[in-house]
Design a protein around this ligand. Structure first.
Ligand SMILES: Cc1cc2nc3c(=O)[nH]c(=O)nc-3n(C[C@H](O)[C@H](O)[C@H](O)COP(=O)(O)OP(=O)(O)OC[C@H]3O[C@@H](n4cnc5c(N)ncnc54)[C@H](O)[C@@H]3O)c2cc1C
Length: 440
């Protein structure tokens, strides 16, 4: 008789959930265990945390699966339980409740945690990160006693928190070390447009500065800045990036910044897979491995890992870094390399500052490798498609960022080149990835 498989998934967020569902689709009999250190009986959406913080949605909208989810899927949840270490030789894991769980196949979908800031006074009550529902609830529980908020960091999380708390009518001051907000995903010009929009709506942004101290008796009363100034505040939110939660596999599988995986999302250990914000995978535009820490990428990777774990060989082709935000009516989308540093790149830009419109496409050898759109985001899909298919856009270069972009000219271009690129470069991409997998 065929032995019943035991599959264990660490994490019940984007990657973990889609893995559970894919495995169950393929293997109806397997024993499936899902371990999460968070306590909630129902999984929630991290992406909705800032909407919850802004008061735009109530707590009941944050749950993304029904109450009977685990029972209906025939999965055993182990909640409020942390995986401490993995014994990869004996396929066992040590858990925080001192129990040991064995597996045939394991998925690490443990995501990432906020990078901790090490400054004086960091433990004062009223200092938060924003990664989990517990963080959001902690912030919300303090809001009634808060008038002034300091946000440390001008990336996605910092700016989302700033927007949410401004929506809650707080005085919000953002402290950003670099010269502009969103320095990882926007260029100076587009970030400046967004900055003006935020400032017009009452968010104060201070660039080129860093917090060196949080002061107050027990609770936060102020932050000290590296220029010697002090800002009074009762709440501090830190958004200084994230680090992958790969400690439990440290020394057990090959890692770089994240856990390295091959095209099946399998790590250097045959029985262990990784997906989502913890996994370093192939970036189709950057043409190297990286972590593209966004929800849809984690969902797709979780599904592909799940299919492979359950025995259905499936290839993950890769992803690209993409971000979209909307603040006070200004919409921005960016993907790929938007701030090229060397002369081998070409930038096509069209800006209409009076209408807050900005379009930029970055090219390398006449192929699109990145783009930014401010307040004119409809065409991003087609531009992204051209980029991912590595279409030579020489014939339409003059209209790519034009106000009257002609979709009609794109279709023959794709038709002419699609087969060629599917055969050549696309398969190159896959083989590069397969080659890349040799280092795991
Ligand atoms: C405030 C906020 C807003 C965001 N908005 C967007 C957005 O609009 N669009 C978008 O695409 N992305 C957004 N993201 C990013 C997105 O949420 C992540 O890319 C996504 O959650 C990654 O999913 P994951 O499954 O890889 O990991 P995570 O969501 O980080 O989940 C990790 C899971 O692993 C568990 N875990 C970790 N370590 C252990 C351990 N040792 N033992 C047991 N369990 C463990 C955790 O409890 C959790 O269940 C946002 C993120 C935040 C924080």
């Amino acid at each position: 008789m065929k032995k019943r498989n035991t599959f264990v998934v660490i994490g019940n967020s984007a990657a973990g959930l889609s893995c559970l569902e894919a495995m169950r689709e393929v293997d109806k009999d397997a024993r499936i265990i899902n371990i999460s250190r968070e306590p909630y009986k129902r999984p929630y959406s991290r992406c909705l945390l800032s909407y919850y913080l802004a008061g735009a949605i109530s707590e009941d909208r944050i749950w993304i699966r029904p109450e009977n989810y685990y029972k209906d899927l025939n999965v055993e949840p182990m909640l409020k339980t942390e995986v401490l270490s993995v014994d990869e030789k004996n396929r066992k894991m040590k858990l925080s409740d001192k129990s040991v769980v064995e597996y045939d196949k394991l998925l690490c979908a443990a995501g990432a945690s906020s990078k901790k800031l090490d400054i004086k006074g960091i433990d004062k009550k009223g200092t938060f990160y924003l990664r989990t529902l517990e963080d959001a609830e902690g912030i919300i529980s303090m809001l009634k006693d808060v008038n002034d908020v300091a946000i440390l960091g001008g990336g996605l999380i910092g700016m989302r928190a700033a927007y949410s708390l401004r929506k809650q009518n707080k005085r919000v001051r953002v402290i950003v070390k670099s010269s502009h907000i969103f320095s990882q995903i926007l260029d100076f010009e587009s970030a400046d447009m967004l900055r003006s929009q935020l400032e017009k709506n009452g968010v104060e942004i201070n660039t080129g500065l860093e917090a060196v101290e949080i002061s107050g008796k027990d609770r936060v009363e102020a932050i000290g800045l590296d220029d010697g100034n002090r800002l009074d505040c009762q709440l501090v939110i830190i958004g200084k990036g994230v680090s992958p939660n790969s400690d439990m596999l440290s020394g057990k599988v090959k890692t770089n910044y994240g856990i390295l995986v091959n095209e099946n999302l399998r790590t250097s250990n045959d029985a262990i897979f990784a997906s989502g914000d913890v996994a370093q995978t192939y970036d189709l535009l950057e043409e190297k491995t990286t972590i593209n820490a966004i929800w849809p990428t984690a969902v797709k990777q979780g599904r592909i890992a799940g299919l492979n774990m359950a025995g259905k060989n499936t290839i993950y082709e890769g992803s690209c870094g993409m971000n979209s935000v909307e603040f006070f009516g200004m919409s921005v989308i960016s993907f790929g390399n938007v701030r090229p540093k060397s002369g081998e790149f070409e930038e096509l830009i069209q800006a209409d500052l009076s209408h807050n419109i900005y379009r930029k496409v970055v090219l390398k050898n006449n192929k699109i490798v990145g783009a930014i759109f401010v307040n004119d985001i409809e065409r991003h899909g087609i531009i992204l498609n051209l980029a991912l298919q590595k279409i030579d856009i020489s014939d339409i270069k003059d209209i790519l960022v034009d106000e009257y972009f002609d979709y009609g000219k794109v279709i023959p271009l794709i038709k002419r080149q699609k087969d060629k690129f599917k055969r050549q470069e696309y398969s190159d991409t896959i083989s590069t990835y397969a080659e890349g997998s040799s280092f795991v």
